[in-house]
Design a protein around this ligand. Structure first.
Ligand SMILES: Cc1cc2nc3c(=O)[nH]c(=O)nc-3n(C[C@H](O)[C@H](O)[C@H](O)COP(=O)(O)OP(=O)(O)OC[C@H]3O[C@@H](n4cnc5c(N)ncnc54)[C@H](O)[C@@H]3O)c2cc1C
Length: 417
């Protein structure tokens, strides 16, 4: 028997740590097409901004693999899974046998068809090597176009701005971070970006990359042309699941798992951004590409691979980001219109707060600016607490444990006053 994990990021770490809690002996092999020890992927933007160096980005100590007796095959891509043979094929021709397999291959950039994509100086921004390639070019960059105003596009824009590069962000929606923020919240964030000097164009997109060999301009849907020295495509991230699908693993948008992180094939598990795993708030399955979710899913998968039945309670989409000094926290159904949802909002002193209720429980929230109560509200979402008695207080600055019913306060704090 052996455990094999495809991917060497946070979901893989969760799985290794769980397996080794149970099984100290059976070999674990980790295969990744990235050549690096596990690093904190969200920090690639701080790396590009010049705020951290590569040696500060490790997610575990350098002796992590040795301590956990993990064999690494780094810089190698898995190109096929043969489930009947319980074997993997790598890009260099090597075959690797597995007893239990975890697919933790994360996400890949979504790149829609655009003319001129084959030109040079067009980048994506999800890997260490993406950040390194852009970083190496910074001295010659004066103006970069970022396509997409989601979390990754805006982080890339902020990083380049820190390095003195002029940035234009082009976004198809009518606001920034449109998947998680409504118009009011998006406006506050956009104002901060524009005030800092980022040029933001909404309700438009890039039709074509222009240039002779290398991109030196983009042509937008409305016909205008913007000169630039490089382009970053940050339209979205999709599960990296195509090769799994070819081997008969059930893939919808991502690899479909049950709450033990099992796929439809025996002995094969999946965790992290590659999955369409159980959804805590809505039931069913959903792609939820966030770091904490990937770690927990990896851990649940690891326990189950090692023979200990643990169940994933379901993922909750929580995003926490700071852009140009404006902190933003979103959780759950932060931006969904539905007849069964009631939305409470408040803007005060440039700070935005939103609570989304379904009946007597909170199912979504947005905080922009003052975020000190975001953890409290997110906790109420996680535990699906009945908030009827505190409904009118949820948006108040001083909302806190004092508003909780006595029994709940006792449970949370262990004391009652
Ligand atoms: C710039 C940026 C900022 C982010 N900020 C946040 C944040 O603030 N908060 C948050 O919660 N999340 C954030 N995320 C998302 C977070 O990084 C991901 O949710 C998390 O990394 C997912 O972990 P994972 O283990 O599922 O896969 P990944 O981290 O995507 O790693 C998968 C690994 O598998 C490798 N791989 C893929 N296919 C193969 C193959 N066929 N063979 C071998 N290896 C393969 C990949 O190269 C990669 O190394 C951010 C992401 C980016 C890019």
């Amino acid at each position: 028997m052996s455990y094999v994990i495809i991917g060497n990021s946070v979901a893989a770490v969760g799985a290794i740590e769980a397996i080794r809690q149970i099984d100290k002996e059976v070999p674990i092999t980790v295969i990744s097409d990235e050549p690096y020890s596990v690093y904190s992927r969200p920090l690639i933007s701080e790396y590009l901004a010049g705020q951290v160096t590569e040696d500060m980005m490790g997610y575990r100590n350098p002796d992590f693999y040795e301590k956990n007796r993990v064999i690494t095959k780094l810089g190698k891509k898995v190109i096929a899974i043969d489930p009947p043979k319980k074997s993997l094929k790598l890009s260099d021709g090597e075959e690797v046998a597995y007893g239990k397999l975890l697919i933790a291959t994360g996400g890949m950039p979504f790149i829609p068809p655009m003319k001129g994509l084959d030109k040079g100086k067009i980048f994506t921004f999800i890997k260490m090597d993406d950040a390194k390639k852009i970083d190496a070019l910074v001295p010659e960059l004066r103006h970069v176009v970022v396509i997409g105003a989601g979390l990754i596009g805006l982080k890339a824009a902020e990083s380049l701005h820190h390095r003195g590069v002029k940035v234009t962000v082009v976004e198809l929606a009518n606001r920034v971070m449109a998947t998680v923020l409504d118009i009011e919240a998006g406006r506050i964030v956009q104002d901060a970006l524009e005030k800092a000097g980022i040029n933001i164009i909404t309700e438009n997109t890039v039709d074509e990359m222009l240039g002779d060999g290398e991109a030196n301009a983009v042509k937008l849907k409305d016909g205008q042309t913007i000169d630039c020295d490089a382009v970053i495509v940050a339209i979205g991230v999709i599960p990296n699941a195509a090769f799994a699908k070819e081997s008969g693993i059930a893939v919808n948008r991502g690899i479909v798992t049950d709450n033990h992180m099992r796929t439809n094939l025996p002995g094969i598990y999946a965790a992290g951004d590659v999955t369409e795993g159980p959804d805590y708030l809505n039931g069913g399955n959903r792609v939820m590409p966030i770091w904490p979710n990937a770690y927990i899913q990896g851990k649940i998968a690891g326990f189950n691979m090692a023979g200990v039945g643990r169940e994933f309670a379901g993922g909750l989409a929580v995003n926490s980001i700071e852009l140009f000094g404006v902190p933003v926290v979103t959780a759950g159904l932060s931006n969904i219109d539905s007849d069964d949802l009631e939305v409470l909002t408040r803007i005060k002193d440039g700070n935005y707060r939103k609570v989304v209720l379904r009946g007597s429980t909170i199912v979504g929230t947005v905080f922009v600016g003052a975020i000190d109560r975001a953890g409290l509200i997110t906790g109420l979402i996680r535990d699906q607490i009945d908030v009827s008695s505190m409904r009118d207080r949820l948006l108040e600055d001083d909302f806190g444990y004092i508003d909780f019913p006595v029994e709940l306060r006792k449970k949370r704090l262990g004391v009652v006053r």
